[in-house]
Design a protein around this ligand. Structure first.
Ligand SMILES: C[S@@+](CC[C@H](N)C(=O)[O-])C[C@H]1O[C@@H](n2cnc3c(N)ncnc32)[C@H](O)[C@@H]1O
Length: 221
């Protein structure tokens, strides 16, 4: 038996050590490898500009909020929210909130002092149970929550970028975005693991008057 006191390294830890984005996140002092996904989305779609007001849903541990804050600067504002707590980030406001709760949109709007936002971001993901029916329902609860938040806080002509997981229901999500926005594009960043089912839907130029008749609203009312 060797006298080494080194702890065994798990397969997952070895995988993470090899992951260039995990290494970069640690080297650059950013909160998560997700930081690079938003950076890529922004490079692709020019989502963030100085002075914008941004709402970051499912923000913890804070990589997206760090990136968004660095782009909107001191003239802008980032409000981050998550069901979990988040360590403070300079220039970012935080509200701990379950977005699936009915009161979430108004709580966020009140926190914004009833000011609408230019961009809603969501990197939210539910816990996976392994039961396809329950997981599909949980995803949809989160997507519905995102649109309910948009209904209350997103400014006319604003943008939405959110994470979704490829399922047979992806088409209704896309239909919903096309109904509410002028454009809807699907994008898988290189920094998103190829083994992950996640992708991002990026929608521009919001038409709030269409919300009540949108496919998702009709399905869940
Ligand atoms: C992939 S992480 C987000 C990573 C983050 N964008 C970053 O850059 O660090 C997904 C987050 O969604 C949050 N989430 C899941 N369900 C939620 C809910 N119902 N309400 C609020 N946040 C939720 C989780 O707590 C988790 O922090």
């Amino acid at each position: 038996m060797s006298g080494s006191s080194k702890r065994p390294v798990s397969k997952w830890q070895r995988f993470r050590q090899k992951d260039v984005f995990v290494r970069d996140a640690s080297r650059l002092g950013v909160r998560s490898r997700s930081f690079f996904k938003l950076e890529e989305l922004d490079q692709q779609f020019k989502l963030l500009k100085s002075g914008m007001t941004v709402l970051d849903l499912g923000a913890s541990p804070g990589g997206w909020s760090q990136y968004a804050q660095s782009k909107v600067g001191n003239k802008g504002m980032v409000l981050a929210t998550d069901i979990l707590s988040m360590q403070p980030i300079s220039g970012v406001q935080f509200v701990q909130c379950d977005l699936a709760g009915n009161d979430a949109p108004m709580r966020l709007f009140d926190h914004l002092q009833q000011r609408k936002v230019d961009l809603v971001l969501s990197d939210m993901a539910p816990n996976i149970t392994g039961n396809a029916t329950i997981d599909s329902r949980n995803y949809f609860d989160l997507y519905t929550a995102i649109f309910k938040v948009c209904e209350v806080v997103l400014i006319e002509s604003g943008s939405l970028a959110f994470k979704f997981f490829q399922t047979e229901e992806t088409s209704i999500l896309k239909q919903n975005c096309k109904f509410l926005f002028d454009t809807c594009k699907i994008y898988k960043p290189q920094s998103s693991r190829s083994t992950s089912q996640e992708s991002y839907m990026v929608s521009r130029n919001y038409h709030p008057q269409n919300m009540a008749e949108s496919p998702l609203a009709l399905r869940f009312t």
